[in-house]
Design a protein around this ligand. Structure first.
Ligand SMILES: [Mg+2]
Length: 173
């Protein structure tokens, strides 16, 4: 069960304390795309997202997007945000995470992964002992496969809550 527990839980990508992560030795941030950075219906990143990644870049973080979505979906974000990105990543598969770590020459303790799903984003990060950060999904407009994942996610959250390990809306970092 603990493999699904995020190390950090925040409302959105904008409420994460990146200064604190930096001080803790995090050098690389890996983001999920859908419902983490942008809602599904946003095809091109807006100015807020561009500014956000600009700031993280200025802070000196290595940045990457790892998404289970298609090339067509990921490419505008990869290009406009100018960020190394992987599509069809099959998270929680370790493959793309390892590729990013290899690219930036970073160790597990230097990587934090931000996403909105326990079964893909948090599980994938925890398997590799990377810092896992869960954020709330931006909205309820989701792909069919995600809807299936949410069904199981609800059961996991119930168990975690019972054990006193996680509660929806109770943020921590
Ligand atoms: Mg997502």
């Amino acid at each position: 069960m603990d493999i699904f527990r995020p190390d950090i839980y925040q409302k959105s990508i904008y409420s994460i304390n990146y200064q604190k992560l930096k001080k803790a030795g995090i050098k690389c941030l890996i983001f999920d795309l859908d419902n983490t950075i942008a809602p599904k219906q946003m095809e091109i990143p807006d100015q807020k997202i561009l500014n956000f990644f600009g700031e993280l870049d200025e802070m000196g973080f290595y940045l990457a997007i790892i998404s289970n979505a298609s090339k067509k979906r990921v490419t505008p974000f990869k290009e406009k945000c100018n960020i190394n990105s992987a599509y069809h990543a099959f998270k929680p598969s370790k493959k793309k995470y390892l590729k990013v770590m290899d690219l930036y020459h970073v160790k597990d303790i230097e990587v934090a992964c931000i996403g909105d799903q326990l079964l893909t984003d948090v599980f994938g990060a925890n398997k590799l002992q990377l810092t896992s950060i869960l954020v709330n999904p931006i909205n309820e407009n989701e792909m069919f496969l995600t809807k299936i994942n949410r069904f199981f996610e609800k059961k996991i959250i119930k168990k975690l809550t019972k054990k006193g390990l996680f509660k929806k809306g109770v943020y921590y970092d």
